[in-house]
Design a protein around this ligand. Structure first.
Ligand SMILES: Cc1cc2nc3c(=O)[nH]c(=O)nc-3n(C[C@H](O)[C@H](O)[C@H](O)COP(=O)(O)O)c2cc1C
Length: 326
């Protein structure tokens, strides 16, 4: 079966993209991913060096109580790589692999986004994913002001690089469809739905805030499935599904809903990198059973564009799901 797919104008041999994580920070793992059927790889995020400096200067407890979620993200998973090492990884991956290499950037202060994006493009990345992870905890900041931060970051990066840009976002925006179309309007070539933020918990014996990192579960994919099916064809950019995709059939669902690609992370932590081969086989088996010879042939067949009133369609599904439930 022909599984070639286009994502942000790049040609991918399969629609399986390895998501940014601790797994995508070493060249030998990247090679194994490519050999196992990855269509592209998003490198682990480069976090603003300032952030790691803050980590070093401040006691763990002080940092933890002030920024527990960010601490978890950065320290617990040890995602920070020095910028030079990161740029070298991009160059080496490009030299050794034939699939697209997508860099990932997560900054705090506005000036670094554009600066690092420029360096990443110069290092040879095929595309860049902006991992904008803002926790809207400031009560003085409105939803619109938070959205403006995303727009500013995207516009600043767009102005300095020609690279295809993906924006990885969370779920909590008051009007997700409007926000998504604004991002596309400002130059996003793809949206990654959705980023998963790590939660905090409280250890009542030690009386401290602790991070919780539960692995994703199958049902986690439903949220991305809904939004991909709602947005596909309505906004003029590619959609990548992320969160809870672990089987080839999960990938098929997302593609039917209109995703250009799916991103896989937890499933590879749990089953190993070679799990990608099984996912490819499952997609292949499904395509044979349903007489589909290309991804383009069935992609988006079940998106909601067919319905001119998606709100009513959603309401109908809601009522269908609840009626009969006691
Ligand atoms: C250990 C770990 C490290 C991660 N590191 C990053 C990262 O550096 N940048 C990023 O954008 N997302 C990161 N993520 C989030 C994943 O890319 C992905 O969006 C999320 O795990 C949901 O997908 P999944 O259900 O397939 O795991 C990380 C996830 C895990 C589990």
């Amino acid at each position: 079966m022909d599984m070639t797919t286009r994502y942000m104008g790049l040609k991918l041999p399969t629609p399986l993209v390895v998501a940014s994580s601790g797994l995508t920070g070493k060249l030998d793992s990247l090679k194994r991913m490519a050999d196992s059927g990855a269509g592209a790889i998003v490198l682990k995020s480069l976090f603003e060096e300032q952030l790691s400096a803050v980590l070093k200067q401040t006691s763990e407890d002080a940092w933890m109580s002030a920024h527990a979620e960010a601490y978890d993200y950065v320290a617990n998973f040890q995602m920070e790589l020095e910028p030079d090492t990161y740029l070298r990884l991009i160059a080496e991956a490009r030299k050794s692999l034939s699939i697209p290499i997508i860099a990932s950037l997560n900054c705090v202060s506005p000036r670094w986004w554009a600066e690092y994006a420029r360096r990443i493009e110069a290092a040879g990345a095929n595309a860049l994913e902006l991992n904008v992870a803002l926790l809207p905890s400031e009560s003085r900041r409105s939803g619109q002001q938070i959205e403006e931060i995303y727009y500013r970051i995207l516009s600043e990066v767009r102005a300095v690089v020609k690279l295809p840009l993906a924006v990885k976002i969370g779920t909590q925006f008051s009007s997700l469809a409007n926000f998504a179309s604004q991002l596309q309007f400002r130059g996003a070539n793809a949206l990654v739905l959705f980023n998963r933020f790590y939660q905090i918990d409280i250890d009542v014996e030690k009386m401290r805030v602790v991070p919780t990192a539960r692995p994703s579960r199958g049902g986690d994919a439903n949220l991305a499935l809904r939004w991909i099916s709602l947005l596909a064809g309505r906004i003029d950019c590619d959609l990548a599904a992320s969160g809870g995709v672990s089987r080839g059939t999960d990938a098929v669902k997302m593609l039917l809903a209109g995703a250009a690609v799916v991103q896989v992370c937890t499933a590879l932590y749990q089953n190993g990198i070679e799990h990608l081969k099984q996912m490819v086989e499952e997609i292949d088996g499904w395509m044979k059973r349903h007489e589909q010879s290309t991804i383009a042939g069935f992609r988006g067949q079940l998106r909601q564009l067919g319905s001119d009133q998606p709100e009513q369609y959603e309401r109908l599904q809601y009522i269908k799901a609840l009626v009969g439930m006691e």
